[in-house]
Ligand binder design. Structure first.
Ligand code: MG
Ligand code: FE
Length: 168
């Protein structure tokens, strides 16, 4: 197989695993944000976008020679940002989750930029269009999370202060 195509398929498979992982992170988080309705709503929206992204990547993978076997390899992959999610069930999980979410979006942005470069060299217009759309959604989500980090942190700290014992 052409070396460019080999690397491209490798990165495409990684991107699919990344989106599956994004879904499990966001689904876990969404259910625990009843006190943060704006964040919860934005995550709910991005879950829908991410389901579509994962489906699109799956279609691209299925259309390749190695199809289903390529797809099978993606199960169980772990990336660095998900380890940041271990803070998810700590007292300050909303802040840790907002940080990890922002970090994860940056990883997704980089992944799609790399895929666009490779797909451009391969002249795969359908793939380029899919990656461009996903990239736009990641940029929008990253920007929203960045804009709301301050508010999320302040809300969390105000609640923590209320809940703390006197002098705490
Ligand atoms: Mg994504
Ligand atoms: Fe995303």
């Amino acid at each position: 197989m052409d070396i460019i195509r080999k690397h491209y398929l490798d990165w495409l498979r990684d991107a699919h695993a990344m989106e599956e992982q994004a879904l499990s992170m966001m689904r876990a988080m969404e259910g625990r944000l009843e006190d943060y309705p704006a964040l919860r709503a934005r995550i709910g929206e991005h879950i829908l976008e991410t389901e579509r992204q994962a489906r699109e990547l799956r279609h691209l993978l299925e259309a390749t020679d190695g199809g289903p076997s390529l797809l099978k390899d993606t199960l169980g992959k772990v990336t660095g940002a998900s380890q940041a999610m271990s803070g998810l069930f700590a007292a300050d999980e909303v802040v840790k989750g907002a940080m990890a979410g922002y970090t994860f979006e940056q990883m997704e942005i980089a992944a799609y930029r790399v895929l666009i470069s490779a797909a451009t060299l391969l002249g795969d217009r359908r793939a380029i269009a899919a990656f461009e759309r996903n990239l736009a959604e990641e940029l929008s989500m990253a920007e929203w999370l960045r804009e709301h980090l301050d508010e999320t942190t302040r809300q969390f700290l105000a609640r923590a202060q209320e809940a703390a014992p006197m002098g705490g």
